[in-house]
Design a protein around this ligand. Sequence first.
Ligand SMILES: [Zn+2]
Ligand SMILES: [Zn+2]
Length: 389
Amino acid sequence: MYAHPGVKTDASLPVPETMKAWVLGDPEELKLVEKPVPVPKKAEVLVRVDAIAICATDLDVISSGPPAMIQGGAPFNKNFTPGHEYMGTVAALGPGVDEFRIGDRVTVEIHAGCGQCKRCRMGMYTSCLNYGLNYGDVDKGHRANGFTSDGGFAEFAVNNINTLIKISDEMSDEEATLVVTAGTSMYGLTELGGLIAGESVVVIGPGPIGLLGAAVAKALGASPVILTGTRDNRLKTGLELGADHVVNVTREDPVEAVRRLNGGKGVDYVIECSGAPSAINEAGRMLNRGGKMCLAAFPHDPALIDVAHLVRNNIYIYGIRGEGRSATHRAQAFMSAKRFDATKIHTHTFMMEDLPTALRYARDRVEDAIKVVVKMPRRAAEQELRKAS
Ligand SMILES: [Zn+2]
Ligand SMILES: [Zn+2]
């Protein structure tokens, strides 16, 4: 029996004492193990994970470690469970929690900052100055699930209540896993000022954040929204999500094309989601004087930048880290209102025990995978049963 002082459970949703969880051994080595079900503390709940999407950052964590940081170091061989883009059902309440009920369907954002540093106090909890300090004598209570604390490639996960977003019954499990990705796109636009109705926006790079970036920009009223990339099928998805124009950069110079599509002028905002070494220079030349760019991706090596062009044109550059300032709540509101159909980026589904295959699909973009979602067998069986009855 799962019984802990001050923790509320309910017979309608029995919680076992142990659970199946994937843990990281050496780099690239994932093992499916039996682990104790974690216990929520004050301001935390236990979430039964129902579905989880795979993110490019998961692949980085599993192969090389950062940005994950466990007990002050690399996440390998520490019984650490990765995975951060999950949704599920509230299964137990920590002491004093009355913000949620057992049985609530929720999706999650990643970061619960420490709540006490300067950045957390400003609402910038994804930039918490105490990142990774959640152990031993240096415990500041920071949590970033799947990075500095256990994540969602498991049957259960503990979440701070500030990282939970209630979702409606109409939203499918698969769609709910995409809320945090849309939240990251929303955060980029928030940092750029957020008031983009009637303003021109370019999104560079039709990966998951770029595609949903085009969707969120459109939902916020931006016009025109121009998406650039190299693959026609992804650009087509961008059009379905709300981009007004797309540019295939293998066929057209992106700077010239953007100016042509924007009536001969530079645009007001660029969101850079490609990580290409040339992207900042391109973005700088797409912008009008005084324009702003947000960097949501980065090349792995340092890139050469034409600083003079940026300075002479009063170009603003913003970096974003994660999905801050409650942007995930705003993204969820748009998705609930069906302002765009995020499921267009969901391409593949696997069961939890097939996680290694799911990761391979995401890494190698097998069958042009964009977002790969992993479901729990228990949940899949439940849904089959409901369909049948
Ligand atoms: Zn992610
Ligand atoms: Zn903090």
